[in-house]
Write a protein that binds this ligand. Sequence first.
Ligand code: AR6
Length: 192
Amino acid sequence: MQARVNGTLIRLTVNDITGCRVDAIVNAANSGLMGGGGVDGAIHRAGGPSILAECRRIVAKSGSLPAGQAVVTGGGNLPARWVVHTVGPVWHGGGRGEDELLRDAYLNSLRLAVDHGARSVAFPSISTGAYRFPLEPASGIALAAVRDFPALDALDEVVFVLFHPGDLDVYRQTWPGVFPGVELVPGTGKTR
Ligand code: AR6
C-alpha cells in the first residue's frame, strides 16, 4: 500500500528489510550497538562484519547510545548504502516517556538519513518486538513522526517494512487518523 504526501511516497509493505533497495535502512538496535536478535540480528548477519566494526568504533568513541538517539554506519553487504542504528524505548507500561522516546527514534533517524544525503529510507517497526511496545500506538507514533518531520520534502520515499501481514493491517488501520483524507492505494513503488 502507498500514498503520496506532497512530494514523498510513503509505503507500507511486508518484507525483510535487509533486502530493501533504499539509500538507508533503519535498525532497531540496543544501546550497546553490538547486535542482537530480531531485525538487529538480521541486519548484522546480512550486512557482514564491517557494520559491527563501525558500531564498535562509535561506542568506543561516544559510549552507548541512549534510547531515542541514532547513529549511522555504512551498509556493508546490504543493498542499502547506510544503516541508521536507533534505539527505541523498552515498554514499561507507558509512564516512562516511551511515546516521546519512540517519536525521537523516528525523527532522529530521519534527520540523520537526510543529513547523509539519503533520498529513500526504510523503517522496521521499532520497539514492537523484544521491547514490547504495543503495535497500535507505536504505528501511530511512527506515521505521525514521518508526517511531522520538517525535512520530509528532501525524501522521495519512506518505507515501513513490516515483518508480519497482521502488522501491516494495524498500520493501515492507524493511517486515516494520522493522514486524514490521504488515501492508501495498492502499489509496489520502486523498491522491493
Ligand atoms: N525485517 C523487518 N522487520 C523485522 C525483521 C526483518 N528482517 N526481523 C524482525 N523484524 P525487534 P525491538 C520485526 O525485536 O522491539 C534486538 O535484539 C519484528 O517482527 O527486532 O526494537 C535488539 O538488539 C518486529 O515487528 O526490535 C534490541 O536488543 C520489529 O522488527 C531489541 O531487539 C522490531 O522487533 C530491540 O527490540
